[in-house]
Design a protein around this ligand. Structure first.
Ligand code: HEM
Length: 523
């Protein structure tokens, strides 16, 4: 073969093999790319990343530190459960707005299920027909603006009673005496929610319920091993959580059952005496009993067990959150005398010369509004929005979020994100002056995820109005009637602001303050 023929043959073979290779490549099935989970710290066997959360730093703060290292969409293995932590408003919007329906359910948490009637409540119940119906009842019947207004006299009476008792301390004996403001706030918000739920005639049950509720709040708060290893019998038995929670559930159930029986008995006698069903729309138990009667047209009837579950939700969800908000706001005001003076001036101008304070007037206290928002920004009672669960595998920001993954939104980190807030750790209420941002994070442009103290999406807190009515009235009255000082000539700049993690994040040390009467006649 001459040289030219050999070259032609080589070129032919080259072209032929290239064609075959291209053909094979084109007909071969595309390679599947392994789904990528969001980044996260290295995991240990069994514990996963639990060791990353153990230590003196509280979980919301530690998760923010980890997010700085691994990004605002981060995956952690917490015991048995794969958990995704969201720490930026942009990504929170993907979860709580764009894909809200896919993340509207709650994971099965054995501890909450034990206390809250196995998911028949609203806050921990799984997404589905039952939850949708109950949530609707909650929004339309239990916490509607009209219902919240109807409980105004209870709030007024309780807050006036508190002002009266503080006045007595302030006026007493010619010497200054500090009061435990934290304790007063927790007991008044508890009494208000209990009275709205149980009515006037359940004072005995109300008193018995308080210590049980306090223990439930403690037991459900913090990192609970049983919730992180839900399938492990060993953890269930050794941790002792199940035993403790079952006991607390029983104690709460006995009291709630008695409240229900008393209501049913009273309704029977009142009906015999000629009272109508509408007449019973007095407290939340009455409202639910009215709805549970078969002829109400709900399409399903609510059982007594479900009424107890929802009532427990209302009291658990409504008491501590409001007290914690007032507790932190007062702490920040003591620390910032400039803001204290300005907000007291506003309240004084509003109340002076009035015999009674109408709750509607409180909406005109715009600076107080900014002060509360700033307090909720720095100290949200729920810094980590209660976990949601992914219903179907989804891709977010290029990462796979497999079905059943737990989602934690670190609202605390988002409210301190320096990309969204100037000097984020400073208490500066004026930053809300022209933002028009509402308590639920809404402004003219829609939902603003950098400020979501009440959560967002289908699971957003239904008690915003009820909670804010308590918070505003309490603060306005405490600021109008008294000046406040730290005991022992303590410098207000050094006020201790340590936090304690739990179902809500409250002050680690209770707030003791000296009240000084501002008017001879408190109102
Ligand atoms: C300052 C007061 C309050 C704060 C800061 C607060 C905060 C929150 C937050 C962050 C959530 C979770 C939302 C989410 O997952 O997106 C929530 C849920 C809830 N809150 Fe509130 N809350 C307050 C007052 C109240 C009150 C007064 C009630 C009732 C009387 C209440 C009842 C509930 C209920 C039932 C849920 C569960 C909603 C669901 O899963 O559909 N809250 N709250």
């Amino acid at each position: 073969m001459d040289e030219l023929a050999a070259l032609s043959l080589a070129i032919f073979i080259l072209i032929a093999t290239s064609c075959v290779t291209i053909l094979i490549a084109l007909t071969r099935k595309p390679k599947t790319i392994a789904p990528t989970l969001p980044p996260g710290p290295r995991k240990l066997p069994i514990l996963g990343n639990l060791h990353n959360l153990i230590g003196p730093t509280l979980p919301h703060r530690r998760l923010m530190e980890l997010a700085v290292e691994h990004g605002p969409l981060m995956q952690l293995q917490l015991g048995e459960t794969s958990t995704v932590v969201v720490s930026s408003p942009e990504i929170a919007m993907e979860f709580l707005q764009t894909h809200d329906l896919n993340f509207a359910t709650k994971p099965f948490l054995p501890s909450a299920a034990t206390v809250l009637y196995n998911g028949r409540d609203i806050a921990f119940g799984p997404y589905g027909d039952y939850w949708r119906q109950m949530r609707k009842i909650c929004v339309v019947e239990l916490l509607s603006p009209k219902r919240v207004r109807s409980f105004g006299p209870i709030r007024a009476q309780e807050v006036n009673e508190l002002v009266r008792s503080i006045s007595m301390v302030a006026a007493g004996g010619g010497h200054e005496e500090a009061i435990n403001l934290s304790k007063s706030l927790f007991s008044i918000t508890y009494r208000i929610t209990c009275r709205t739920a149980f009515g006037e005639k359940a004072q005995n049950q109300e008193e018995a319920f308080s210590p049980v509720l306090e223990q439930i709040m403690k037991a459900l708060g913090g990192l609970n091993l049983w919730d992180l290893f839900p399938s492990s019998n060993l953890v269930r038995l050794v941790s002792g959580t199940e035993r403790k929670l079952k006991k607390l559930h029983l104690e709460a159930d006995v009291i709630l059952e008695q409240v229900l029986r008393d209501h049913v008995a009273r309704r029977r006698t009142e009906r015999v005496d000629g009272g109508g069903v509408d007449d019973h729309d007095k407290d939340l138990v009455d409202v639910l009993l009215n709805l549970s009667s078969k002829n109400h047209g709900l399409g399903f009837s609510i059982t007594h067990l479900e009424i107890k579950a929802v009532i427990l939700d209302m009291i658990l969800g409504g008491s501590d959150t409001s007290a914690v908000t007032v507790e932190w706001t007062m702490s920040e005001l003591i620390k910032h005398p400039r803001v204290m003076e300005k907000v007291q001036k506003e309240v004084k101008e509003m109340f002076d010369g009035k015999r009674t304070v109408d709750e509607a007037d409180l909406d005109e206290l715009h600076y107080l509004d900014m002060v509360i928002k700033e307090s909720l920004r720095l100290h949200p009672p729920a810094p980590l929005i209660a976990p949601r669960e992914c219903r179907e595998t989804t891709v977010i920001n290029g990462y796979h979020i497999p079905a059943k993954t737990r989602i934690i939104v670190n609202a605390w980190a988002m409210k301190r994100d320096p990309r969204h807030w100037n000097e984020p750790t400073e208490f500066y209420p004026e930053r809300f002056f022209d933002t028009s941002i509402d308590y639920n994070g809404q402004n003219f442009n829609g939902q603003n995820f950098k400020f979501i103290p009440f959560g967002a999406g289908r699971r957003v807190c239904p008690g915003i109005q009820s909670g804010m009515a308590m918070v505003k009235l309490l603060l306005a009255k405490l600021l109008y009637n008294f000046d406040w000082k730290l005991p022992n000539e303590n410098n207000s700049l050094n006020i201790d602001m340590s936090e304690e993690f739990g179902l809500t994040v409250k002050r680690k040390n209770e707030l003791f303050l000296i009240p000084v009467l501002r008017h001879p006649q408190p109102q």
